[in-house]
Design a protein around this ligand. Structure first.
Ligand code: ZN
Length: 247
């Protein structure tokens, strides 16, 4: 059976002299693995289209153990991603996070849009790597079904005003007063909380359209990273590397 689908290459493994096994995120099939025979030959029509972080239109055949790439046409190459070590490290982390979440169905399509957006912004250099990382972590987790309870303080219902405590394990909020009663200190100021709600709830196109003071962004960044880590089974190797280059 032949399948035609767009796909973003999230991983490539060289096999033998000129073959590659690639892992793709597709909007309808989710994460799939495919063999791209001969794709490392410079003259191969698959050479660019099967490269890491390339977004291509794939023609696949269903093989016994995995798909076989019959044809691939480049749709978009994110050249800017490879131009800096920070950009490359961030893209590798977002790819590993995506593979770990392994979305299916409508989640896959949503996560693909988020990832394409993020790779584009990494290349553009107009948003900081920290902001892209934070938005991706929070939104990817929301899309995967881990939506935090952001309506207000879970104890008294207070919606805003003053700093809040975001419980990264539970995904719940406490106002400063209620947090104090539980022996917790606020970790998000008002701007960071507003941004958190924006990232979790706004429509796709506007996710990255906000700016908050650097110290609020840092606080939100810490919360997002912990929130993501709490909901994954294992620590991500690429995060350690990313942290060494983002300092
Ligand atoms: Zn409260």
């Amino acid at each position: 059976m032949q399948i035609v689908t767009p796909g973003l290459v999230l991983r490539e493994v060289k096999v033998g002299e000129s073959d590659r096994i690639i892992t793709l995120l597709t909007p309808k099939l989710g994460v799939i693995t495919a063999s791209a025979k001969g794709s490392l030959r410079l003259k191969s029509k698959l050479f660019s289209a099967c490269g890491l972080f390339c977004y291509s239109e794939f023609t696949l055949f269903q093989g016994k153990t995995m798909y076989m790439v019959d044809d691939a046409q480049v749709k978009q190459v994110f050249f800017g991603v490879r131009e800096s070590i920070e950009g490359t490290a961030l893209a590798m982390y977002l790819a590993e996070l995506t593979l770990t979440l392994s979305p299916t169905g409508t989640e896959a399509a949503a996560l693909l849009r988020l990832l394409l957006n993020s790779l584009y912004l990494i290349g553009e250099g107009k948003k900081t790597p920290g902001q892209i990382k934070t938005v991706f972590e929070l939104r990817a987790l929301c899309e995967a079904g881990y939506m935090p309870a952001l309506i207000g303080c879970g104890a008294c219902g207070k919606y805003e005003g003053g700093p809040f405590y975001f419980n990264e394990a539970a995904g719940t909020l406490r106002c400063a007063d209620c947090a104090a009663k539980e022996g917790k200190a606020p970790n998000l100021d008002g701007a960071a909380l507003t941004a958190l709600r924006h990232i979790a709830l706004v429509e796709d196109k506007k996710i990255f359209s906000f700016s908050i003071p650097p110290e609020s962004m840092e606080a939100l960044g810490r919360a997002a990273e912990h929130y993501a880590a709490h909901h994954l089974d294992k620590p991500l190797k690429t995060l350690d590397f990313l942290k060494t280059v983002l300092l």
